[in-house]
Write a protein that binds this ligand. Sequence first.
Ligand code: ADP
Ligand code: ADP
Length: 227
Amino acid sequence: MDILKIENLSKVYGTGDTAVKALDDVSFSVKKGEFVAIIGPSGSGKSTLLHMLGGVDIPTSGKVLVDNTDIYGLNESQLAIFRRRQIGLIYQFYNLIPVLTVEENITLPVLLDGHKVDNQHLTDIVNTLGLEHRLSHLPNQLSGGQQQRVSIGRALISQPAIMLADEPTGNLDSKNSEEIMDLLKMFNKTYKQTLIVITHDERVALEADRVISIEDGRIAKDEVLHP
Ligand code: ADP
Ligand code: ADP
């Protein structure tokens, strides 16, 4: 089953002489549970693509269908709900809220959704991530690897169907990178959580089921490594 269908997606930033075409008529589909690596030179449109898939920024033209729902056909509040429930986002620099504790950062999406936190689920996630002794710490009291695990916790708390990661290991040493990728792959395999990772790290790309290369806002190559 295709969980994601991207149809003729284009994104232009700015207008007139200064307009930049970041994505140029991109189409592809992703199967539920697939692990896709997105590679390509800096400025080729990878982050733009990830943001379009996650409902973070609006395309200039084209469609993103998640589970057959055209997400840019949703109104703003429906789109916000879609993002919190269906999409987990992970960034290179974690994007944690500095004044909130680890526990507060992780549970924020659920609280924003007006739901109560399922304590068993929270405990499961925290234990899996090895953060059980860090719950009342603030982000700046943690190592980079720990901060990235908190951001994974925040991304997992709503059990999203799709995990999107933009250079998740870009700021980590090789040991921490491996740990973070092992966690993401574990959720990918165990829960069939679709995983899409932008990476410059060849080791990360080689672990993916499929590698899509982006150049100048277009798909230059789309290779299945592990069918
Ligand atoms: P990558 O992630 O592959 O490095 P990006 O998607 O960040 O590429 O950028 C693609 C192109 O779009 C680049 O030319 C970049 O400068 C431009 N771009 C990205 N975001 C913006 C923005 N918010 N406003 C204007 N131009 C942007
Ligand atoms: P059950 O149907 O018995 O809840 P699941 O396999 O759905 O069993 O879940 C087992 C545990 O894993 C639960 O505590 C659940 O909260 C957690 N879990 C399930 N799916 C995910 C997911 N995608 N991400 C993180 N945790 C999950």
